[in-house]
Design a protein around this ligand. Structure first.
Ligand code: ZN
Length: 153
């Protein structure tokens, strides 16, 4: 069993995908065997600090998971992994606890982080109007023009 406590900014692949990521996770990786498979249990808890892509302010994302993976050494072996295990390809024939944790986090983090509720988004008053407009979701309002027409009759 390998304990870890790692700042997210120190994981190179995570940092490459989410520039400016902060926060940290701690937990443990336990390696074992199940039938003919090399398996690992990864449990982690912590939080990531990300930039909300709507208001561009910092947001915290709590992370907590326990995952059971099977280590495979070729893509084709994935077919032999039972359903309750998540196949992880160990290309070099070996995979470190750190790589497993990073793999988990890459899956857990949203591609476009956003505050869960719109009201949590704090759009700074000083922000230029253009960027606020750019952040607005595009809504289709087919009858908006019709309302205008009726009003001006
Ligand atoms: Zn936000």
């Amino acid at each position: 069993m390998i304990d870890f406590d790692v700042p997210l900014a120190e994981l190179p692949r995570l940092k490459a995908r989410v520039p400016g990521i902060g926060g940290s996770v701690r937990g443990a990786v336990r390696f074992g065997r199940q039938s003919d498979l090399a398996v690992a249990e990864i449990s982690l808890a912590g939080k990531a600090t990300l930039q909300c892509q709507r208001c561009m302010q910092a947001m915290e994302l709590p992370l907590e998971s326990t995952t059971h993976v099977a280590l495979i050494f070729a893509e084709a072996d994935a077919a032999e992994v039972p359903e309750e295990l998540e196949p992880v390809l160990a290309r070099s024939g070996n995979i470190s606890a750190g790589e497993l944790v990073e793999e988990e986090l890459l899956l857990a983090l949203p591609i476009v982080p956003l505050h869960a509720a719109l009201r949590e988004c704090a759009v700074p008053a000083a922000a230029p109007l253009v960027s606020q407009e750019a952040a607005e979701p595009v809504t289709q309002r087919p009858f908006a023009g019709l309302g205008e027409l009726l009003r001006h009759k």
